[in-house]
Design a protein around this ligand. Structure first.
Ligand SMILES: NC(=O)c1ccc[n+]([C@@H]2O[C@H](COP(=O)([O-])OP(=O)(O)OC[C@H]3O[C@@H](n4cnc5c(N)ncnc54)[C@H](O)[C@@H]3O)[C@@H](O)[C@H]2O)c1
Length: 263
């Protein structure tokens, strides 16, 4: 589905980012893997592509414009094009709306919103510049990893909820603005995915309720599914949205939370 396509994934060192890297690699893509943590993305690269033929691991903080631009530049040097971007890197700071420090909201907006906007802008400029040279399709595709928390208000997540709602809104705006450049922009809204982040949420709640964190985590599953979602399952939906088969889906925020969110 993504043969000969070059895709940049942010936050690819673990969780949904790593699962997306696996799914995109299986679909034939060449991958620029980025994260704060270089060792983690090198481990992702070794796991999915032991030969190293179709992966390039580059440390980049999504809040650092120069680092993101350098990652795109190095990726294009190696693979000649950029056809897709997955804005997966994100942070969650649990805390009550009454007492959370302002810096928690700042950090979530910086990574989850500014980071996404920065990566979108830098990637789109590359996609527009490269046009349809070398006979390939012009434009490209962007998938932003929002959250069902961008649609539903969860307690102790007000800042995160707001940041993910902003990602959904940004997705609609960019889809409308960049359609003329052949760039398709969509979002996915996960929930209940078995990753370190979900473990941290369970640990935070358990510390306050006295529950066992492992037992609590085991209950944090989508009701209709009755189990956690695995990162690669989200990755496969992202792969579809990156492909030309999803050309008729534009500016949408697709729930990938096992049916928990009905809208
Ligand atoms: N796990 C879930 O159930 C769930 C649900 C809804 C949405 N999400 C979203 O999915 C995405 C991935 O979540 P996850 O559960 O895999 O999280 P995770 O915390 O397990 O992994 C996030 C990765 O992003 C990287 N990262 C964090 N800040 C970064 C930055 N500034 N620059 C570059 N990389 C950075 C981390 O190093 C880490 O490798 C996030 O955007 C998250 O909000 C997750």
């Amino acid at each position: 589905m993504l043969n000969n396509r070059t895709i940049l994934i942010t936050g690819a060192g673990q969780g949904i980012g790593r699962g997306t890297a696996e799914a995109a690699f299986d679909a034939g893509a060449r991958l620029i893997l980025t994260d704060l943590n270089l060792e983690a993305i090198e481990a992702t690269a070794r796991l999915i592509d032991p030969e190293g033929d179709r992966t390039l691991a580059i440390a980049a903080d999504v809040t650092d414009k120069a680092a993101v631009a350098a990652a795109v530049e190095r990726g294009v040097e190696r693979f000649r094009r950029l056809d897709g971007l997955v804005n997966n890197a994100g942070v969650l700071a649990m805390g009550s709306a009454l007492h959370s420090p302002a810096r928690d909201l700042d950090r979530q907006l910086a990574v989850n919103v500014q980071g996404v906007a920065t990566c979108c802008r830098i990637a789109a400029r590359q996609m527009i510049t490269q046009g349809g040279d070398d006979g390939q399709d012009r434009g490209g595709a962007i998938v932003n990893v929002a959250s069902n928390a961008g649609k539903v208000g969860y307690p102790n997540m007000a800042g995160y909820n707001a940041s993910k709602a902003a990602v959904i809104s940004l997705t609609r705006s960019l889809a409308a603005e960049w359609a003329e450049h052949g760039i398709n922009v969509n979002a996915v809204c996960p929930g209940g995915v078995e990753t370190p982040m979900l473990g941290e949420v369970a640990a935070w709640i358990a510390q306050r309720t006295g529950d066992d964190p492992g037992e609590l985590l085991a209950t944090m599953t989508p009701a209709q599914l009755g189990r956690h979602i695995q990162p690669i399952e989200v990755g496969r939906v992202i792969v579809f949205l990156l492909s030309t088969q999803a050309d008729i889906i534009r500016g949408q925020a697709i729930n990938v939370d096992g049916g928990d969110t009905p809208y």
